[in-house]
Design a binder for this molecule. Structure first.
Ligand SMILES: C[S@@+](CC[C@H](N)C(=O)[O-])C[C@H]1O[C@@H](n2cnc3c(N)ncnc32)[C@H](O)[C@@H]1O
Length: 253
């Protein structure tokens, strides 16, 4: 029996209840009492956003995510995953339908999708990739606390993974943070098998009140993104009413 199944099931009801013990994991990682974590998360996204680095610090996205953000994004993401648990749970349902074998979670954040994918029998290994070293160490701690560490490895970028080919690629709420998301689509194709599936969404919008200053929204960049997507990927139908889409590589016979 896996360690996690002795203590906590990593399944949908547990995600909806506790986000896979997210508050306890934050308390342990940030060395803040649990009650203070609850108080911080209850302040809502506006106050949490004030802990976040400012948009004027956002010149080079790579160094921003790798060096400036630090632990500031953890509470932001936690507040979102706990507050929009029904929506995130639907993305987990998609993982259950489509992920297997070797899984890439690109820009994995606080690890919700990585941890859930690792708990699935059909999945052999999850490669968690995130530029932010604090996200990597936080999710590594979570994987140990849930007894899932044998099925997950942690990486800064795809290039450092060597020759791995993936059965499943997860890229959720990341593409809008990249200066060149088309290039990212092409680099996913390079590591996918002909029958692989990619689960992706995007939000190329800074918000009606600039709530998302870190999102890229250049119209030419967006045109190029959709041209690259439509030339190289075929959408696979799924019945869930969410913005996340599933794709397979287009076979150009
Ligand atoms: C909005 S969060 C989404 C996290 C997670 N996928 C989710 O659905 O909750 C975006 C994540 O992408 C990461 N990120 C941004 N640029 C990246 C890059 N070039 N390579 C890898 N990760 C990146 C950030 O550090 C952050 O964790």
């Amino acid at each position: 029996m896996n360690k996690f199944s002795e203590s906590m099931m990593v399944d949908l009801p547990e995600f909806l209840n506790t986000g896979f013990a997210l508050k306890a994991h934050l308390a342990s990682y940030l060395q803040i009492p649990m009650q203070d974590i609850t108080n911080l998360l209850s302040k809502g996204s506006e106050e949490l956003a004030s802990l976040h680095p400012k948009s004027y610090e956002f010149e080079d996205p790579t160094s921003f995510y790798e060096e400036n953000v630090g632990t500031a994004h953890l509470l932001d993401l936690a507040s979102w995953h706990l507050g929009s648990a029904d929506y995130i749970a639907d993305t987990l349902r998609l993982l259950k339908m489509f992920t297997k074998g070797h899984v890439l979670d690109f820009g994995g954040g606080i690890g919700t999708h990585t941890l859930y994918a690792a708990s699935l029998e059909e999945v052999d290994h999850v490669f968690f990739v995130d530029l932010n070293p604090k996200n990597r160490s936080f999710v590594e701690l979570r994987s140990k606390m849930l007894g899932l560490e044998d099925k997950i490895s942690f990486h800064r970028d795809i290039n450092s993974l060597g020759q791995v080919l993936f059965d499943s690629v997860i890229c959720l709420d990341v593409l809008e943070h990249l200066a060149d998301p088309s290039k990212q689509l092409v680099s996913f194709l390079d590591v996918m098998k002909p029958d692989s599936r990619a689960l992706m969404n995007w939000y190329f919008f800074k918000g009606y009140n600039e709530e998302f200053p870190f999102h890229f929204d250049d119209p030419l960049m967006i045109d190029n993104f959709f041209l690259t997507l439509q030339k190289n990927f075929l959408e696979v139908f799924h019945p869930l009413l969410i913005t996340t889409r599933v794709y397979r590589p287009m076979q150009n016979e």
